[in-house]
Structures are given as C-alpha cells and as structure tokens.
Design a protein around this ligand. Structure first.
Ligand code: F6P
Length: 522
C-alpha cells in the first residue's frame, strides 16, 4: 500500500468516525449546542451564498473531510486543472473550460478571444440584418442543455422578435416541433456537436437542412467535419478538445445565446463565471464554496448513505438547472473505477434530480417529508429582483424556507394528535390519524441564494456546479472528464439499426432484444 493509500485510509477512518457520531444526531440539538452554528456553516462566493447549517454536519466533521481533501491532493489537482495539465487521463486531455471565461486575457488575442469576436460579429449580423426571425439550435447533451438553461434563465435579456427552437431527441416529434410554423427563408439553423458524429444531432440536422433554412452555422471541435457536411467555413465556430461537452456552454456551443441575447449579456455571464473561477482557484478548501458544497455532497452520500439528492430551484427562471446539473454531475462522476482503474470502494456520485419549487411541492415532496428514506435537498432562491407580480415575492421565499424548516423540524405524533383534538375531532379518530399526520423531521437540506438573476450571477452559479463536480471527483479519486459509460449503448444502437430498418437481425442477439426487433422493425 502506498503512503498515499495509507493517508486516504486514515482520512476515511476519521470521516467514518465523525459520521458514526453524527448519524443519529438531531439537527435541532446541533443548533442548541452551538449558538453560532448558522454563521459557522454559512459560506459566500461571488454572487452566491449558502447555508449548510441544516446539514447533519459540524466543524469536526468538516475538519475530517478537509483532511480527506488533503490526502486526495485537492490542492494539487486544482492546480493541475488551472495549469492546463492533463486531468482527463483516459483521453489525454486538459479540461480548460475556465479558459473560455478569461475575459481580459494577458496579451489579448488568442484562439478563444478570436472565436468570441467572430461570434459577436456573426450575432450582430444575424440579429441586425432583419433577414431572420428564428433560430433552430440542434445538439444534444452538453451541446444542448447549457444554451437552454441560459436562454430560459435570462429571458429578461432576450432580443425581441427572435424565436428560438431547440431539438435534441432522435424521436422525430422533437425536430418536427422545432420547425413548426417557422418560415425556412427566415430561419438560421445552428448545428452544435463537439464531435460532429452524434447520430441524433446529424439526423435532426439532415432533416432541417432538407427543409431549406436560409443559412446554416455550426459549433464544433471538428470544423472539417462540419465543412464536409456542407456548412460554409466562415459560418463554422470552433471549440477545442480541451472543452468537455458538459462544460462547453461557455464556448461557441452558445452561439444561439450570443444571437438571441442582447449585446454584451453573454460576455457578462462569462465574467460572472470567471469571478467564481477565481474564488475556487484562490480560496483554501475550508472557505471555498464549491469545495465545501462538494464535501457536503460526499458526506451525505458516503458517510450518511443517502444515494440521491433533490435540487430544487425556488426560481422559475432556473427550472432547467436540475436537468443541466444531471448531466454535469452524473456524466462526470458516475464512475466505477479510480483514475488508476482500480474498482471504487465507495460511490463517487449521487443521483441528481429535481424540478422547480413550488411545483415540486405538489409533486414529490410527500416522499421527501414522509417517505422512509431521507433525501437531502438543495434549495436555491433568487434574493434579488423578481419578475412578475410583486406580491409573489414573499410567497416564493415563504415556501422555500417553510419546506427546509418542515423537513428539519417535523411534527410528532403527540403534536399531530393535539392539533386534531383542538379542531374538535374525537380522541379515537385523532389517535387513528396521528401516524399519518406525523413528520419524523430531522431531514437535511442546504439553502443557497444568488444575489440576483443577472447574467453574472447565472455564470457564477453554473461555474459553481462545475467546480463542485470536479471537487467531488477529486475526493473520490476519479477522472471526472471522460464518459466511456455512454459508448456501449451507442455502439449497440448502431448495430441494431440495420435490422430495425428492415435488414436481417444479427444472429447473436439475446432472445428478448431479438423479439423486440421483430415487433418494432419497419
Ligand atoms: O452523451 C454523451 C455525449 O458524448 C455527451 O458527453 C455530449 O455532451 C453529447 O454526447 C453530445 O456530443 P456531441 O457534442 O459530440 O454531439
């Protein structure tokens, strides 16, 4: 066993000891024991602050996780990330998405700024020409989610009179919806694919190209493939292999945002992300918001055994955040082996799920409050100006705070019974109903706030999640930047396609798949 393995083992022993101490702890008792608990477990970064005091954690547990981060060489891996070293060791690549957000690079001119300048000029040309009233963005996964989140979140900054449609799914209904009601002669098609080989995107792109859009642009790390497919070279906007797909919204992948948002908004988002980059790069682990948040995620998963968490933005404009974070977190960290290929002893990723509050309350919050398993919740509110009727503002906060408080405080059977009797119910009926109206409470949550829904704050928030994901990967000892797990299904789909298009099914299919091929072939 190497010295490093021994250090990791010792650090885990300490984390496990702290977990054993806190596992059965009552959150309300932790508050009672430490009057400064809220301050001690609240952290701030540019445009974002977070309160972890309702997590089953304390200073000693944080110290143990800090020691684990030391043993996992968090400082070293962070330096490698920002030094542009190869951190994606199975593909031999750096992960320099942060370099897309250096808004004032020393020396000025470089590949990143040149492409950004071309995007600005192109956006200006398209938006100001008067020739276009619709953009169709075709991509999938990391070539799709980011621009969707950004355009939805920053609706207040959209140019009027430009309709944006997205299609990602290879189910033809998606792309049929995308063109519906649009005039191809006034539509720009943007094909976005890092590899320019993705089946779904190319199938959708071929369909829309045949429909006859006025102009076609592409964003890709394989510009020669886009040109070979038929995009004019001057309308191809490159990015680079050091930009992972799920980290690519800062690149030409967001050409649609550059066009559909008013001048300067996309750049302001980059600036906000850069502020978060600086915080993450320069702040020690113990005060570093993405790192602390990663520690809490790891703690809930590995120390306390909660395999999923719910991400609930109490902000309609952030309703797509959980979908984006799902790919970011689970495609990055849903791994089974360490960087060296050894089987992981513990999981490296929770299941991310969630939708916007308050809608979520009327859906699955029943399970969060009374289901047998605890699911930690991450609440996000917008502390700044709100759109729409002013009278809604307090209501959205009241709901977010109440849910976090209800999860923690709960309601005993005695309380439930007393409340029912106070309404005039019989003792027998109150006793019968009390178990159903009891809340165990003591359920953990984090509450975070962005200072306002500005382009800068959105950039900072998305960069926060990227850095948190990276830190969780470091704590688990994995490579967060590859995604081999998506390949097998893609290979098998390609192999099955000929049979489903009427050809002869392969002889070696398992009986279940073979039966379905017979049923579904065209
Ligand atoms: O789902 C696998 C994946 O490779 C993602 O990592 C990526 O974001 C998506 O497919 C799209 O890939 P591309 O941008 O190359 O079309």
């Amino acid at each position: 066993m190497s010295a490093n393995d021994i250090a990791m083992k010792q650090a885990w022993t300490q984390v496990a000891a702290e977990a054993a101490r806190l596992k059965g702890a009552k959150l309300l008792d932790l508050f009672a024991a430490d009057p400064k608990r809220v301050e001690a477990l609240s952290f701030a970064a540019p445009h974002l602050n977070a309160d972890f005091s309702k997590q089953r954690i304390d200073g000693a547990a944080m110290n143990a996780i800090g020691a684990l981060a030391g043993a996992a060489d968090f400082d070293g891996w962070r330096a490698k990330l920002f030094g542009g070293e190869i951190v994606n060791t199975t593909e031999g690549r750096a992960a320099k998405h942060w370099a897309l957000r250096i808004t004032d690079p020393p020396g000025g001119d470089n590949d990143v700024t040149r492409v950004l300048d071309r995007m600005h000029a192109f956006a200006h040309e398209i938006a100001e020409s008067g020739d276009f009233d619709a953009l169709i963005h075709l991509g999938i996964g990391g070539s799709d989610f980011g621009p969707r989140v950004v355009l939805d979140a920053l609706k207040a900054h959209r140019r009027p009179n430009i309709t944006v449609r997205f299609a990602a799914n290879v189910d033809g209904a998606d792309v049929a919806d995308a063109i519906e009601g649009l005039d191809p002669r006034r539509t720009l098609l943007i094909v976005v694919s890092k590899t320019f080989t993705t089946q779904e995107t190319l199938a959708n792109a071929e369909f829309v190209r045949a429909w006859g859009p006025a102009r076609i642009a592409a964003a890709t790390a394989a510009p020669e493939k886009a040109v070979a497919w038929g995009v004019a070279a001057e309308d191809v906007f490159p990015f680079w292999d050091w930009v992972g797909g799920r980290y690519s919204l800062w690149s030409s992948v967001s050409l649609v945002c550059e066009i559909a948002l008013t001048h300067g908004v996309f750049f302001r988002m980059l600036e906000g992300a850069e502020e978060m980059d600086n915080h993450f790069r320069d702040t020690p682990f113990t005060q570093n918001l993405p790192a602390i948040s990663a520690a809490v995620q790891m703690w809930n998963r590995e120390a306390l055994g909660h395999g999923s968490y719910a991400l609930i933005p109490y902000a309609e404009r952030l309703r797509l955040l959980p979908t984006w974070a799902q790919q970011l977190e689970m495609e990055s960290n849903g791994k089974g082996v360490t960087r060296d290929g050894a089987s992981l002893e513990r999981s490296s990723c929770a299941v991310t799920w969630g939708v916007a509050g308050t809608n979520a309350q009327h859906s699955f919050f029943q399970l969060l409050h009374q289901g047998v398993e605890e699911v930690p919740v991450e609440f996000i509110v917008n502390a700044g100006a709100q759109e729409g009727p002013p009278s809604h503002r307090a209501k959205v906060y009241a709901n977010a705070l109440a849910q976090a408080r209800a999860l923690m405080v709960g309601k005993t059977a005695a309380q439930a019974k007393a409340e029912m009797i106070a309404t005039g119910m019989s003792e027998a009926e109150a006793v019968r109903l009390a178990p159903h109206r009891t809340f165990t409470g003591n359920r953990a949550s984090t509450l975070m706030a962005i200072d306002e829904l500005s382009p800068e704050a959105l950039g900072a928030l998305l960069a926060f999640y990227e850095h948190r994901t990276f830190t969780e990967g470091v704590l688990a000892g994995i490579n967060s930047f590859d995604q081999w797990g998506v390949e097998l299904g893609k290979e098998m789909a390609n192999a099955l396609l000929p049979a489903l298009e009427g050809g002869t099914p392969a002889a070696d299919l398992d009986p279940s798949t073979a039966a379905w091929v017979r049923q579904l072939r065209t």
